[in-house]
Design a protein around this ligand. Structure first.
Ligand code: NAD
Length: 289
């Protein structure tokens, strides 16, 4: 297939490279010259504007920072410029409302669209092992598979358009909650005379087991290897977790969902990032406890 890829940053760069490896012809556009240079080195054809990049493609994939940018790119330069019938896949993490609005505008102009946000960080983007949660019609989901599979460990249909974003924000709200809970339990074990390693050995095989404890242990030199063992460098930045929690809280407010722990987790990450820790892995909350 011929695919336009817009937004080749930390995530998009590796994703586009995997589409090239799978034999697709990839037209790349990014505002950032360095990102474009890396895309070219990985085999993409580069363009200096979106309209030329989407000319004659079968599909458009976007991996952009936020909903306002996604909306401006699609309404300004993709809708009406990509060939009729091209499939649009927005893999960015954005608010549900914008995802639905852009899909509606696309549908009115004759394009099918899916929201397909991802779970998995930069390493998974590079390795082609992301989990995609896809919102859209059955027909659009069926078409999306061929584009998403070379970048994926799993491609899961969430439901109607916007459902991928709902899944993503609920997943990351849960992730923030069990990360903070895991940090609290590790610190409390130690303060009460039980080593963190021993607590890990017990709880990771007991009812306290969860991904943050078992696979991403947030205390240095305890349990699984994680960014905690590298001074919280790399991994999933606290600023990105905060971005996702803000999206979740906005959706909770809009839907009158009662999320006391999610709200508290958002407050904790707000304070942590405001204190200058936005670049640290989100497990670094452990250091505040
Ligand atoms: P990034 O900032 O590294 O990349 C975004 C890219 O978009 C940049 O290269 C930027 O130049 C480009 N861009 C911005 N505006 C543009 C425009 N108008 N036209 C073309 N290009 C434009 O961010 P990232 O870490 O790659 O994240 C991208 C998306 O993936 C975000 O929505 C993020 O929430 C989501 N996400 C990130 C991670 C992660 O671990 N980094 C994990 C899951 C999901």
């Amino acid at each position: 297939m011929k695919i336009a890829f817009i937004g080749l940053g930390n995530m998009g760069g590796g994703m586009a490279a995997n589409l090239v490896k799978a034999g697709h012809e990839v037209n790349a556009f990014d505002l950032n010259e360095e990102a474009l240079g890396r895309a070219e080195a990985s085999g993409c054809k580069t363009f200096d504007n979106v309209r030329d990049a989407v000319d004659l493609v079968d599909a458009v994939v976007s991996m952009l920072p936020n909903g306002a940018i996604v909306k401006s790119v699609y309404t300004g330069d993709v809708i009406g410029f990509a060939p009729e019938g091209a499939l649009f896949l927005d893999c960015s993490t954005i608010d549900v409302e914008t995802a639905r609005e852009v899909a509606k505008l696309s549908a009115e102009a004759g394009y099918e669209m899916v929201d397909a946000p991802v779970s998995g960080g930069i390493a998974a983007a590079n390795a082609g092992t992301l989990t995609f949660m896809v919102g859209g019609s059955d027909a659009a989901f069926a078409r999306a598979g061929e584009v998403l599979k070379p970048m994926a460990k799993a491609v899961i249909q969430a439901g109607a358009i916007g459902s991928g974003q709902v899944a993503k924000m609920c997943n990351n709200m849960l992730l923030a909650i069990h990360m903070i809970g895991t940090c609290e339990a590790l610190a409390m074990a130690e303060k009460n005379g039980l080593s963190m390693q021993k607590f890990f050995e017990i709880s990771s095989k007991s009812t306290g087991y969860n991904w943050s404890l078992n696979d991403y242990t947030p205390a240095p030199d305890v349990g699984a290897n994680s960014p905690a063992d590298n001074d919280y460098a790399g991994g999933f930045a606290s600023a990105l977790m905060l971005k996702d929690l803000r999206l979740a809280m906005a959706a909770a407010d809009g839907s009158h969902a009662n999320v006391p722990l999610g709200r508290h987790a958002a407050e904790i990450y707000e304070a942590f990032v405001a204190a200058g820790n936005g670049g640290k892995d989100f497990g670094a909350i452990f250091t505040t406890l």
